[in-house]
Design a protein around this ligand. Structure first.
Ligand SMILES: CC(C)=CCC/C(C)=C/CC/C(C)=C/CSC[C@H](N)C(=O)O
Length: 610
């Protein structure tokens, strides 16, 4: 633009100089031809008159030239402005034509691949096959998921469902597929060591099991007691009415109030399936919860379960003896956890629970396969933003990863982080993001799971005769002397293979949850003798209360964080709900369908239909 402007100015100046020099030349020529210089009647000599005439002519010329010079200057300004606009238009046009070219190239690629028939792609023509595969790769969008637990694999599944077959999905996993859904083997039988129970109303988990042709495994009926470190406070019997009477005697109608509370929350939570079936997505966990249960749900993430239940009229004794026992077994934490996760925990203590025959982790491997995702065994160490592609194509996010053998990097269009980002866990650094990706606050809670093959020490619980000990599940209340949260008799993941439930006095497989690894003296206290102990130290779920805010789902234009939902409540179904939400959110944002995100009016209409 500046160069063009200077050229034009020089041309105008150069033209003016020519005009002036020709005037000077005319004058000298006139001087040379002057012969008659006699006076006229006004007393002026011919020379004077000629000079006057020339002067007036020159004056006219000067006026004419000044006018032309002014016009030239005005024209030059217009041309400058026009040139400027032209250059700007050229730039915009350049981008537009680049986008158009891209779309044309994409269309051409699609036409090229469509024109090749399956027969032509046979083994006889490897060059054509390679070319064809190469063209397909160029056409595909690349998505990636970090983490192959239930959240990551369910995301891969839903991404495939919404984006279709043309996208390529890479899933990075540094450990085993399944993540916190895992088993340990004792005497050739596998036992769940991580997330173990699913609610009968968890519809995504149910759908996965059906889709993958897996089988349900019903939980064996258990007989539960609550231990306070000295004796049992509550003991379940074979008599339902007797149990009810005892509950009423000890806690009044607290247990009925509690049951109604959990049912009401569960019913509201179930709205999510309808919203998701309509294709609606939420950009924050708060928006999602608000759409389900309004300010009640939002407050439930802020107030503790004990506060909420006290307000409801549940007795302090019931909270200390029953609610605490449930929050300890499910989340290793006290009744100060928020009410929402408290309610999920209580739903997880209901009778209608199930698991997956063969192990819950089979859902993860099945979903990966079903999504035709590429599993990459590598640890992602950093994610950095390199360039911005025009408009709809969003940002391109590459990252480095390390495997046992190599370091590498790759580029993706959409990135989903499905592993906890808390300090000391995923250890992913984010580079070149503007604004920078804020650190995700909060900590994860350590829970140690010990799978013990042995004989329970029933005397420790006040039952010297093991034959009279009827309990298969022992929960605990908050007591400083207690070194464990719960101990329960567990069945293998394959119960259909002729498995018979062991009696409590027999050597059996026990699962102990504790905040710290069990010491030898602890094992000696809990077990009369044992054959083996297998320990898994999980960073199992958030340390509730370690942050005030629920983390963001959207970390950047095309980068999402799945585990933010765990801060509302951590459970297999919660991760599945988050996975569906992120796939929908990513899809709508990619396609600029913003009316499908954080919808209020339509959701209100659907809510009233329920
Ligand atoms: C809002 C409510 C009351 C329920 C939402 C539905 C839901 C997510 C139910 C799950 C219940 C359940 C099986 C809980 C188990 S506790 C979580 C456990 N520690 C785990 O790791 O899975």
């Amino acid at each position: 633009m500046i160069e063009l402007y200077f050229l034009y100015q020089n041309a105008v100046l150069w033209g003016s100089q020519c005009l002036f020099s020709s005037a000077a030349h005319q004058r000298s020529a006139g001087d040379e031809n002057n012969v008659d210089d006699s006076e006229d009647e006004s007393g002026k000599t011919v020379t004077v008159r000629m000079l006057e005439m020339r002067a007036s002519k020159l004056e006219e010329q000067v006026q004419d030239l000044t006018a032309r010079y002014k016009k030239a200057l005005a024209d030059s300004d217009t041309v400058r402005r026009r040139t400027q606009k032209f250059v700007e238009d050229a730039k915009i046009f350049g981008i537009q034509s680049f986008c158009k070219d891209l779309v044309e190239v994409a269309d051409m690629l699609a036409k090229s691949t469509d024109s090749v028939s399956e027969e032509e792609l046979g083994d006889q023509n490897p060059t054509l096959k390679n070319l064809y595969d190469g063209l397909l790769l160029i056409q595909e969008q690349l998505h990636t998921v970090i983490g192959a637990g239930i959240g990551g694999t369910a995301t891969a599944h839903f991404l495939r469902q919404h984006f279709g077959q043309d996208v390529e999905i890479h899933v990075y996993e540094k450990g085993k597929v399944g993540g916190r859904l895992a088993t340990v083997t004792v005497n050739n039988q596998e036992y769940e060591s991580g997330g173990s129970v699913i609610h009968s109303l968890n519809l995504h988990m149910q759908d996965f099991v059906k889709l993958l042709g897996l089988k349900y495994r019903k939980n064996f009926p258990r007989k539960t007691a609550v231990f306070n470190g000295e004796h049992f406070l509550l003991e379940e019997t074979d008599w339902y009415l007797l149990d009810l009477f005892r509950l009423w005697w000890r806690y009044g109608i607290s247990f009925i109030r509690l049951q109604m509370w959990v049912e009401e929350i569960m019913e509201k939570f179930m709205r999510i399936y309808k919203y998701q079936a309509h294709g609606y997505a939420f950009s924050t966990v708060d928006e999602l919860l608000h759409s389900l249960g309004g300010s009640l749900f939002i407050n439930m993430t802020r107030n503790s379960v004990s506060e909420s239940l006290l307000e409801l009229g549940v007795s302090q004794r019931f909270i200390d003896e029953v609610i605490a026992a449930v929050t300890r077994v499910n989340y290793g934490q006290s009744v100060s956890i928020p009410a929402f996760v408290g309610a999920v925990s209580l739903a997880g203590a209901q009778a209608n629970l199930w698991a997956v025959e063969g192990g819950n982790k089979l859902v993860c491997s099945g979903l990966l396969k079903e999504a035709k995702a590429n599993l990459i065994h590598a640890q992602v160490t950093s994610v950095s933003l390199v360039s911005v592609t025009p408009q709809k194509r969003g940002k391109v996010l590459p990252w480095s990863y390390t495997t046992e053998k190599e370091k590498g990097s790759a580029m993706y269009d959409i990135v989903i982080i499905a592993t906890p980002l808390q300090e000391g866990m995923a250890n992913i650094t984010f580079e070149n993001f503007e604004p920078p990706i804020p650190e995700v606050p909060g900590a994860y809670h350590h829970t140690v799971v010990s799978i013990v093959h042995g004989y329970l020490n029933c005397s420790y619980f006040g039952y010297p005769d093991p034959k009279l000990f009827p309990f298969t599940s022992i929960l605990t209340t908050e007591a400083p002397a207690l070194f464990f949260d719960s101990v329960g008799n567990v069945s293998p993941v394959n119960i259909s293979k002729g498995f018979k439930k062991k009696q409590p006095q027999e050597a059996a497989i026990w699962k102990v949850f504790s905040p710290q690894p069990l010491e030898r003296k602890d094992l000696k206290t809990l077990f009369k003798s044992y054959y083996s102990v297998q320990v898994t130290d999980w960073q199992a779920y958030p340390q509730y209360g370690s942050t005030k805010h629920l983390p963001s789902i959207v970390l950047h234009d095309n980068m999402y964080y799945l585990n933010s939902i765990e801060w509302a409540a951590s459970a297999m179904e919660m991760s599945s709900v988050a996975a569906k939400n992120i796939a929908l959110l990513a899809y709508h944002r990619w396609n600029r369908e913003l009316e499908m995100i954080d919808q209020k009016e339509f959701i209100h209409k659907i809510k009233t239909e329920l």
